[in-house]
Design a protein around this ligand. Structure first.
Ligand code: CTP
Length: 459
């Protein structure tokens, strides 16, 4: 083991630390290794580099007292033991050097405050100063020190506690959880970029509702996602109540997650009913309604993504599209549904039609099994109808068979609203089934439309 040899050469004690040890004990796949030594991490990395016969790239971050070697097996990090709080992405310049124990106690959780010795007197032994091994066996997230101190060192750790609980299916120790509820407001000082990394990891866990329930109960969720919190609760008027849309949303999220690892489909599940609170009305005859929540939800999506520092590119547009369309397949269940309605949905959903159908199926959260079966059978029917129309008309990612350039060229028009109007009429004719999605038929109709509009085509 080269690191052990290098540590001996320069006379420092060295250890494997952090997540690597935890994952090894838990027999989970581990990622990059972190080495810690009581001394200079940079010197240790330089010595390790020297022991390799071949060149290995070394990056040194002098300000932070860390170094990284790019080995064939992966990246390995070297750090000197420190007295101050440990943060893997700390932007704070160098911290005071500390002892082995001081370094361990400044880490986030007991399960991460584990080390494997690389020193001759106890080589290979796991060193566990805070009971991390027991906590792994008890499936418990707990801070090594008073949680008030651990969380005030870095309030993001409150999110990390829930992220680890969600990923590992662990509980959070009662005192640790109480400290989170007490200090939730301190998340304010943490950048949204760091928060969202943890949130996305929670969303990508096997059963994300668990993490969200912890976020809600601790009130961390209230700090950065009040729109989701607003979904919680049931109101009753005249004995009529609506369902709790927060727990419904979490069920939809779990349902989607059981079928797909796509983070953005999971985000679409989170967002699909987000506009229910602002569109909620009570009507004496029909009870509670949420008219237009799909459109309003789609309109709310960019603002929420922006604030949460989520991407605003095609990933946001995908979520927005699924939110906007999530009720459309339900409207297609009726027997008498027209081909034109099916064509319109195919055109609007494009390549995301399968994901939309997955979201719709996940949206069925009734506890009545007969109802669930009926709804899912209905979606089977809709999918069959969509497949038929799709095969016949090839409407997915629809491009009008006559382009704007061709319209201008043939009719002698310059770019203008007129060109757009003609294109729109051609599209409508195809969607309504008046003509097929075919170039010759569209061109013929184009001449008729032009004539109606008093345009004389070029010779
Ligand atoms: N750490 C910490 N406080 C933080 C971040 C990290 O104490 N806010 C410490 C923990 O000891 C952690 C180690 O730094 O084990 C490495 O951090 P990181 O790579 O973020 O986490 P891992 O534990 O390696 O786990 P994962 O790879 O799942 O993120």
């Amino acid at each position: 083991m080269k690191v052990a040899k290098a540590a001996e050469n320069i006379g420092v004690k060295a250890y494997v630390v952090g997540g690597y040890v935890r994952d090894l004990v838990m027999e989970r796949g581990s990622k990059d290794i972190d080495f810690m030594c009581v001394g200079s991490g940079i010197e240790l990395a330089e010595e390790v580099k020297r022991l390799y016969p071949k060149h290995v790239p070394l990056s040194v971050f002098r300000n932070f007292g860390t170094a990284m070697l790019k080995l064939e097996e992966g990246e390995v990090e070297f750090v000197g033991a420190r007295k101050e709080s440990y943060r893997s992405d700390s932007r704070k310049p160098l911290v005071e050097t500390g002892t082995f124990l001081e370094d361990m106690e400044r880490r986030d959780f007991t399960i991460n405050a584990l080390a494997i010795s690389l020193n001759s007197e106890d080589f290979g032994e796991v060193i566990d100063p805070f009971g991390g091994l027991i906590d792994i066996s008890k499936k418990m997230i707990k801070t090594p020190m008073d949680p008030e101190i651990t969380f005030s060192d870095d309030p993001l750790r409150m999110m990390r506690a829930i992220r680890f609980a969600a990923q590992l299916k662990f509980d959070i120790d009662a005192d640790t959880f109480y400290a989170i509820t007490k200090n939730a407001h301190r998340l304010k000082i943490i950048s949204m970029e760091r928060i969202i990394v943890e949130l996305n990891n929670i969303i990508l866990s096997e059963q994300p509702s668990y993490g969200f329930k912890l976020l809600f109960a601790s009130k961390l969720l209230h700090e950065f996602f009040p729109e989701l919190v607003a979904l919680q609760g049931v109101e009753s008027v005249d004995d009529k109540s609506h369902k709790d849309n927060f727990y419904h949303t979490l069920k939809v999220l779990d349902n989607v997650s059981a079928k797909s690892d796509n983070l953005w489909l999971r985000w679409a599940a989170i967002m699909h009913d987000i506009a229910k609170p602002p569109t909620k009305r009570f009507n004496k005859k029909v009870g509670w309604t949420f008219h237009g929540h799909e459109d309003k939800g789609a309109r709310m999506t960019p603002g929420i993504f922006k604030r949460l520092k989520l991407p605003l590119d095609e990933r946001m547009k995908y979520v927005q599209k699924l939110v906007r369309l999530h009720l459309r397949p339900i409207a297609l269940v009726k027997d008498e549904v027209t081909d034109s309605a099916l064509r319109r949905l195919l055109m609007d959903a494009g390549d995301d039609i399968e994901d939309l159908m997955q979201l719709c199926r996940a949206d069925v959260t009734s506890k009545n099994n007969r109802k669930v079966k009926r709804y899912l059978d209905n979606f089977d029917k809709v999918e069959r109808k969509l497949a038929e129309v799709e095969e016949r008309d090839q409407l997915r990612n629809f491009q009008p068979p006559v382009s704007g350039e061709e319209i201008m060229e043939v009719l002698g028009l310059s770019p203008s609203k007129m060109v757009g109007d003609i294109k729109e009429e051609l599209k409508e004719a195809i969607l309504e089934g008046k003509i097929e999605n075919d170039h010759a038929q569209a061109k013929e109709l184009m001449f008729i439309i032009a004539e109606q509009k008093g345009i004389t085509p070029k010779k």
